[in-house]
Structure formats: C-alpha cells, structure tokens
Design a protein. Sequence first.
Length: 896
Amino acid sequence: MLCYILFGSTVDAQTPGSLDLTFNQKDKGFEIGDGVNGPIHTTVVQPDGKYLIGGGFSSFNKNAYNRIIRMNSNGSIDSSFKVNQPYDGYVYSISLQKDGKFIVGGNFSRPSTTAMLNINRLNQDGSIDPSFNPGISFTSRFIHRTASVFSTAIQPDGKIIAGGEFGKYNGVSRTNLVRIQPDGQLDDSFKVGSCFTHSRDQSPFFSGSNIRNVLIQGDRKLIISGLFTHYNGVARGSVARLNTDGTLDLSFGSEIGANDIVYSAAMQKDGKIILVGNFTKFNSSSFNRIIRLNEDGTIDHTFTPEKGSDNEIESVLVLPDERIVIGGKFNTYNGIKTSHIAILSKNGSLQNTFSGLTETLPYSLANLTYLFSSVKTTAYLNNGRVLIGGLFNGINGHNYSRLAFLLPDGSIDTTFNKGSGINGAHFSYYDLNEYKRHEQSYVFKTIVLPDKKLLAVGNFTGYNGSARRSIVRINEDGSIDYSFNPEAGIEGYSTGHLEIGAHTVAVQVNGKILVAGGFTHTNGNPTSYLTRLNTDGSHDPSLSLPLGGGGYILTILPFPDGKILAGGFVMPKEAPFYSIAKLHADGKVDNTFKQIISGVIHTASLQEDGKIIIGGRFQVSQDAPFVKLARLNSDGTLDNSFSVVQYPDKSDTLVHEKTVYTAAIQLDKKIIIAGNFTNYNEVPLNHIARLHSDGTLDTSFKSGAGANKQIKAIELQPDGRILIGGEFTTFDGMPRNNVARLNTDGSLDTTFDPGTGAMNPRHSTIETISLQHDGNIIIGGSFTSFDGVGRNRLARIYGNRTLTSLEKDYTLTKGITYPNPFTSELTFPLPFGHPKEEVQAKITDTFGRTVFNYKVKLKIETNHLTITSLEKLPPGIYLLQISQGQLNNTYKVVKQ
C-alpha cells in the first residue's frame, strides 16, 4: 500500500535555513526553565498560600522581575504583583504585616522617589507605599562600605525591628539594630545605646559586626543573632535577648556564646531556639555550626548534632512535625555527605527520608561555581512543600536555578519550571568586544560525532531539565544521551578577565574528549583551563595542566600522535606557556614548539602541510605591534611566507577591539577569516574575508556590505558554500539575524532563508555551527528562539534542499518515482528495451555518499521495481541512480 504525501508541504518544511522541528521537540525556548538569574536570599509565605522570594536576581525565565517575585501556591507567577520601580541592589529580607503589606530590607537605594536607603514598604500589589517614610533611612559606619538590612520582623503592635550592618538611621546613631514606627519614623523609646559591636570593628581587615536574624518571642522579647561580641559594652557572643524596651535581658545566655557568626535562628513550639551559622564553639564547647538552646539561653544537651556540618549553615526551618531543615554551604553533616541541604530529626540527627520513603537523603545540590553554592532560605508552604532558595543550579540530578521544591513525600518536585533545552548560566559571560557582562546561558561549541551524536559545551547547567554543567552529549533526535555522565561536570572560573566556563571541545583519535575554557574543576578535581573526559563522560586524570595566575584556553587542536595544540590567554604567573603551545598527551609542554606569541588566540586551524593559521589579537615578538592573523610553522616559528602586510584594522588601540574570531581552510587551500574587523590591508570589508594561501586578499570573494556586526563562527559545506554565525542582523544589507549562508564567491545565498533567525531580546548570538552527516545544520549560542519558534541556545536547521554539487555530475531524468516524498518504499521505472537484464539501483546523499546499493537479476518482464525497507534512511534529499545494461537514469527523490 502506497503512502501519498503532498510534495509541496514537504519541501517548504525543509527549506534551507528553516528550523527542523523534529530536533528536541521538548525545547519550549524563550528562556523557559532558566529560573531566576541571581541568588535568592529571603522568602515569606502569605496566609493564602502565595509566597514572595527576594534576592539579587533581575529575571525569571524570559520576564523581568527585579529582586522580588510573588508566586501562586502552584509555582506560577502571580502577575497581579508588580514592583514597577526596580530595586538597584539586593533584597535580603521581606516581612509580612497583618494588613498584607510587606516590609522590604536589603542593600538598595531604589525603588523610591525619595532618598530612602535599604528599607521600604510595598502594598499588596507590589506598588510603593508612600505612607511609609523612613527619610534617608540607613547609612553605614564605614566609609568603604554601604549599609545593609539583613533581617526585619513585625511586632504585634505594627512596629518594625530591623537588623543589619549600619551606623545610623535617618541621621540618628543606631548600630546594627533599630525599631521603627509603622510610618517609618524612628522609635526613640527603644533604647539600644551603642548597641551591638564587635571587638574587631576597628580592624581594617574585619568586615564589621552585624545582625543577621531577629526573632520575636510570645512575650515580645527579641532574640537577636549575628556577628558581635558586645551589647552596650556587655559581653555577648553573637546571640542575645533584649527586653521590649531594648535593654539587655541578663537572664538569657552567657557572655561567651558563639565564637563566630550566627546566620539564622528558628524557634520551636516549646520555645527552644535553634541557631545555625559558621561557629565551631558555643560557651567554649564544640558545636559545629548548629546548636539548640533552652528558653533561658542555656545549651540543650538533648539536641545532639555530633560532628555537625563541615561548612556554613545559613538557613534553618522547623517543620510542623518538629523535624528541621537546614541549608547552607556544607557538604557533610555528621560526616555523612549531603550537599547544602539536610533534614534532621528533632534531636539533631540526620534523617534518611523527608516525610516519606520515596526520596532518600543525602540530597545533592550542584555547585553554582565550585566553592560558592549555597542554600540561603527555606520555607514551609501551605501545601506541604518545602521551598529551598539560594545560589545553586541543580538537585539530585535535576536542573533548577536557585529555586526548587521538595514534595511532602520527600521527592523533588520535577514539575516546577522544568528545564527546556539549554538552561542555567553558572557564571556571567563577559563579552570582550562590547565590555558587557551577560548573565545568561551560552553554547560556545558543538561538534558532530561519527555516530551522529552531538557534543555541546558552554556556560550552562542543564539540558531538558537534567543537570549537565558545561557539557552534554545529545542523541541525533535532540534527546539527552544519559550514557554520557560527566557527574559534577566542568565548573569554576579563572581569575582572568573572561568568565566563560567551557569554551571549546575536540575529540582525540582514541575517542577521548578534550574540553578547554576558563574553568578550574572537573567533577570536583582541579583542572585549570583544559581537561580530558573518557567516552562515558568520566574525568580522565592522566591529563594535567598546572597553570597559575588566571586565564583561559579558547582553541584546541588534537594531533594524531596524541599531542594537543592549545591557544588562548594565560597569565604568566607560574604558567608553562603564555598564548599558544603544543602539549604532550599528559599536558606537559612540548618545548620543541617555539613560544613566540603573546596576547589572545581565539582560533587555530591546521593546514595539510602541518602549518597553523592563528587568529585573535596578539604580538609575534615582544616589541611588535598587535596583529590579528599569522601563520606558524609546525615547530611554532613564524611563517614569513604568509604575506600579511597590514593586519585587519591596524588602527585599533584597545586590547580586545578588532579581533579575528574564527578561520576555515577551503579544499583549494584558500583561507576564510571572520571576526570583528572592517578592513584587510586597508581594503574595506566587514567582518569576513577570503585569503589566498599566501595570505594575500582574494578579491574574487565579494561579500558586498558584509555583516553589520561581528561574525563568530564559520562552517564550510561540501559544495563550497559558507555558513556563518555571529551577532550580525544584516548581511550585504539583507536581514539575517545571527546566521546566513554565502555562495562560493562571498555573495549572500538567498536560497538559504532563516526567516527572523536567531533571537534573544537581551543578547542574541550564534557562537558555533556544525554540519551533520545529512547536511542539516546544528547552531548554538545565546538565542532563545529561531524564526519565532522557541529554542533555548541549541537548534537544528535544514541544510541543502537542492543538490548543487551532485547535479553537476548527473543529468536528472524527468520520470516518475513514487511516492515522492517516500517513507519506507520507493517505486521507479526501468529504462526501456532491456526488461530482463541485471538492474542496479544506487541511492546517494547530498555529499555523494552511497547509502543504498541494490542489484537484482530480473526473471520476469517488468517496467517498474520497488525498493522496500527504507524507513531507517534519514529524512532528506537523495539521488536515485538506475543502471540497466548501458542505460542510466538519475532521479531526485525526497525521504520524508
């Protein structure tokens, strides 16, 4: 039975440049799954189940939400809450008043039409409440620091307690603690005197005393915690209780207290108080970062955390069943691994389950950067879920950016803001050309593997909701390849100028994977800028590059003998090379390769003769001017036969202005270069040029007005046409957003139509282009949609629809092959006159590769034959060549 398909609709769907909708159909794009783009510091839950989060973020998914968001109980955004005037700093505290208004504290000077600093009040809809007028509010004690409000609490009478790091409130001396009237004015009846201070406050190396948490007891007394050694001259170690008038309650606690900061406190139903922080002693006894006090401030010895945590605990939450949720920077609790979050029993021991049996602890939260991951706030919601917020990008293998939820049975809520495509920037990307910092995800490099799978590296933390930091391997259909498990992934950033993570990837002849960039760790192991992975994604420790001083590697070339060419920028402090070097397989420098280059190398391409084209911005000797292009001999010495007289844009003076970002060598040995330049040897051209093999300009390459902005990627097709990607929006005056195809003469190929192209309202670019075996095209960058369809940073677009190279070799026959397009069977006519001779049917793809070869000796007379079992043939355009005797016919056919 034949299956008929409309030929026109199939061809339109595969127009060169159009999006291939079959690739990663789960990807909704438009930044969905990105979550918040900065840390979450505070949470408050309303009686109706809605909750607010506050911190240092400026967006959630694709929408701008500056520092504060209100969410419905199901995790969706409450669009009725709008802070129309954005905050210009961090929000550290949000407290809910009885009337539904919110007191917001932090480190900010806006939103406001007045000069109020660090505190304001919002109405229920998020608008500023003008009836709250704190005047100039908080100012710092120190010239070199700004004031901050870390904690706020609302008394039953509506007065507001604010604690933080400050010296004055509205011009009146108040050190770190103040009580404010409901209208914002200072409450003079709250007598705090010199208030909370530290014995090291005057030291230039000490950050200063501060208040981190305020609890109001049922009798309206205040439990104050933070970092201090005295209250009004009376010794108190980071925790104290005040009477309602602000005087010290001497019946609570002791003079010694905690030996370091107390970040958070929680009160149980029985009045006992749990303290967490970075202290290791309390009243001179060992307590690692967590302790419980009785109502009178004495140590509750029934609470036995034993070894406690190995690093800071920043948040604590008491659940209705008396169990305790702690979050912070720790990786173990009582010697048991549990990254950044743990559930404790009411006596302080680690619980193996969280309110159920389906999810076992320890939980494992992925690092944001290697050392700085943290859970900063937790909250119990009305529906029984536990909110965790902070500075992290994954939990138990799921990708969540700074916000996640635990269900009542202890499992992760995987329905919340599920990842889509490439998500989650784990550090900001600094654009060296525009001097701009972009806090968003990037794909910097893709390569297609021989088995048709795809490797992608960049600045990201997840793919389709699964945690994948900086590297992911993807199946041909766009689904994640779970057999490739990089575990903790590639993370951290160098101390250089470019925080890029993984920037490039290459595969060695043995199948192992080289990754380079600005990172510092692979699966928790120190690996400066260059690492090697096994084929299953595990770390190969046999490669070690002991670099120091900061920097990054931007380009790598693996050689057949196992050696590696690496180029980029390496700070010279204890570094074995500066800008480009050849390395042995174990990472040691091959000293036979001369190191004459200093500067930044962005690209390196290997010629057939072993010479190396390098592009970037660099010097070829100490006193030489900066150049952008050179050719090296195989031993690293300069090839003086490469006659570049004036390098692209010789007039620029800024270190990172005017750069060659990418280069490609054609089969005829001509060289295409692209980047951010506007002339070559003083010949005007925009961002792309073709050179003869000797470095002279090929004037037959006519790109017209060229690209209007920089080009970052080049990929050569087998037919000689040239794919380019970058930040441009036009090419030769024609609209082309970030991607275009050029003819062999440099003119724009108008048959390649990407529609509206790659888009991202914040910053859109295509950084990498890879050609698949079937001629379709993989693009990666920072885009979040392509031609109006959502795709987060990675997409596939159609390549050749017409067989330009093959049509030169074959004369196509106008005959009937059906169905066309076909799915699993293809019927074709035989040449007339020889119905009983042997017939050969050969199918070739657009690259001339034979994908099907069929020979049969006919036993009956027939004018037609049918080929079956073609369903596994990839969709695309093919040539069907029929040979019978001396006759040959060739047909163009389409596989659906």
